[in-house]
Design a protein. Structure first.
Length: 110
């Protein structure tokens, strides 16, 4: 159960974080026409959202496991961490393959 919760939280952070990163990058690029300070401010807030989401869901999951499992919580926390790490690893590998394919497909032909 803790493994599934950890994997779900990792998936949620990945999805929401990437959506926020794309929106923040578009807004920061548009704001760079007005000035560097406004662009940096938007980029900073986008990164802050993703970082706080990661920390917040990790603390929420850990606290919930401590409340539910009590004395057996260290074993459950291992499952929670393994679920989150395993899914993050697969998302990273999949993203690397995706960007490599985009790089190869985007190269000019000679």
């Amino acid at each position: 159960m803790a493994f599934i919760v950890g994997a779900s939280f990792s998936m949620l952070v990945g999805q929401l974080g990437m959506r926020m990163a794309v929106q923040a990058n578009v807004r920061a690029c548009a704001a760079s026409k007005k000035g560097l300070n406004e662009s940096l401010s938007i980029a900073y807030y986008g990164g802050t959202f993703t970082g706080m989401l990661t920390d917040g869901l990790g603390l929420l999951g850990g606290t919930t496991i401590f409340i539910i499992f009590g004395q057996a919580s260290p074993d459950a926390l291992l499952g929670f961490g393994l679920g989150g790490t395993l899914l993050a690893l697969f998302m990273r590998v999949g993203g690397g393959i995706y960007t490599k394919a985009a790089d190869v497909g985007g190269r000019p032909r000679r």
